[in-house]
Design a protein around this ligand. Structure first.
Ligand code: NAD
Length: 405
């Protein structure tokens, strides 16, 4: 991730130094960045402008830096011990930040000086930074308002990010909610015995989301990363009544046990063989040929506006309707539950899902489209539309702490 951030900054004209643990490791990760697909660099020559060094031998190169953006391994102790060394070296007016997926920012700087804490922020980039423009900005709890405003402007105007300020809570907005939504889709697919192809068709452009849908997205993110983030959140949010959804679905446990963690390992829910994909069967746990889904509720309505598609899907008396009622309605209620504690505004929450995950509409826009009474209130017309699911069953399903899937 650090090399992706370095590439983005070099692309837009910053002088960049990239340090990793050792000279060997910095060259190894930079070589991967240079051959990344899609490419990290606008033009090849830009890579040569980045100075490479090691933390072991060249940490003093941070002297004179305007911004020290740490993006080392997601471990609290490793980050904290690096800051201890940095504190003696960085200029007194340098901006300091961490690229973390969800560690507590105030804890990271707990033992640092007031000056360090005041200049420190969480800058959560999305991967790959050249292409995904969202950045969650998290204050350390010690920043001055004018500094926070200046950093926000710098990140928007000079670093070309779409910045959403988020509160210092586990996983911030993107990983707290995005990861939960991904887990939820897998649990419901298993419960309803739907295939990855069916779920990806329902949760792709039909829901106003990228073609990767749910299972392809799992493979892109990596099941190991998802599990790390999920475990971190379960440990830190025991009071969250929805947190049981982050227990690994059976298929995820099985794939992890086989080392099939997604694209990094060559296969996960899908196994790409030449131009074709084999699919991991959620029931037999074996790979099989692709089965083209036959879901007219999706394919016949793709050109309708999103609000109409949502209502049609929720009311449908088929697999699409069943999935949407069990997946989408609790997901929207979870957003409503979280809104008071993780974001500054529901617009910011929506933007994170739009800019970071490529959703056409964030959860609060979707609640408006469906009608908040239908999602949150007493008028639960969509639950009973198919005549198969009683409201109390679906409520129970996701608000117990350790649901049985
Ligand atoms: N990869 C992503 O998609 C992504 C997205 C958003 C945020 N992040 C966050 O960015 C950070 C980096 O992510 P990553 O995927 O590149 O992580 P990573 O696990 O690949 O580690 C990054 C680098 O840290 C170095 N490292 C390991 N131990 C170290 C130590 N004790 N001191 C100094 N350096 C050490 C490694 O050599 C490695 O090159 C993490 O905090 C991660 O949560 C990652």
């Amino acid at each position: 991730m650090g090399s992706g951030i370095a590439a983005h900054l070099a692309n837009i004209g910053f002088n960049v130094t990239l340090l990793d643990l050792t000279t060997h490791s910095v060259h190894a990760c930079f070589d991967r960045a240079k051959s990344a697909k899609p490419p990290h660099f606008f033009v090849k020559g830009t890579a040569d402008k980045i100075r490479l060094g090691s933390i072991e031998e060249n940490l003093d190169w941070v002297k004179g830096a305007d911004w020290v953006c740490e993006a080392i391994v997601e471990k609290l102790d490793a980050k904290r011990s690096l800051y201890e060394k940095l504190e003696a070296l960085v200029d007194e007016d340098a901006l300091l930040s961490t690229n973390t997926s969800g560690l507590e920012i105030s804890l990271l700087v707990k033992d640092r000086s007031d000056s360090f804490k005041r200049r420190f922020f969480g800058t959560h980039f999305f991967n790959p930074p050249r292409y995904l423009k969202l950045l969650e900005l998290i204050e350390s709890g010690f920043n001055l308002d004018e500094d926070s405003a200046a950093v926000l402007e710098f990140l928007e105007q000079r670093v070309a990010r779409r910045v959403v300020p988020a509160l210092d809570t586990p996983g911030f907005i993107a990983n707290r909610y995005g990861m939960w939504s991904m887990y939820q889709a897998t649990h419901i697919a298993e419960k309803l015995q739907l295939s990855p192809e069916q779920v990806d068709l329902i949760t792709g452009p039909f829901l106003g989301r990228p073609r990767s849908g749910s299972f392809r997205l799992n493979d892109i993110v990596g099941l190991d990363i998802m599990q790390d983030i999920a475990r971190n959140q379960m440990a830190r949010c025991p009071e969250d009544p929805y947190i049981g959804t982050l227990v690994n679905p059976k298929s995820v446990d099985y794939l992890l046990s086989q080392g099939n963690i997604g694209d990094k390992a060559g296969k996960g829910f899908y196994d790409k063989i030449g131009r074709d994909y084999l699919t991991f069967d959620l029931i037999t746990h074996a790979y099989r040929q692709r089965i083209e889904p036959n879901l007219p509720t999706v394919t016949d309505n793709l050109r309708k506006p999103l609000a109409e598609r949502l209502k049609l899907g929720l009311a449908a008396k088929d697999e699409v309707g069943e999935f949407m009622r069990l997946y989408l309605l609790p997901a929207l209620r979870y957003a409503d539950y979280l809104k008071g504690s993780i974001c500054h505004s529901i617009q910011g929450f929506d933007r994170v899902m739009q800019w970071g995950f490529g959703w056409e509409a964030g959860p609060f826009e979707m609640i408006d489209m469906i009608g908040s009474a239908n999602v949150l209130g007493a008028n639960k017309q969509y639950y009973s539309a198919a005549g198969q699911l009683k409201p109390d069953e679906s409520d129970h399903f996701l608000i117990v702490k350790e649901p049985e899937f």
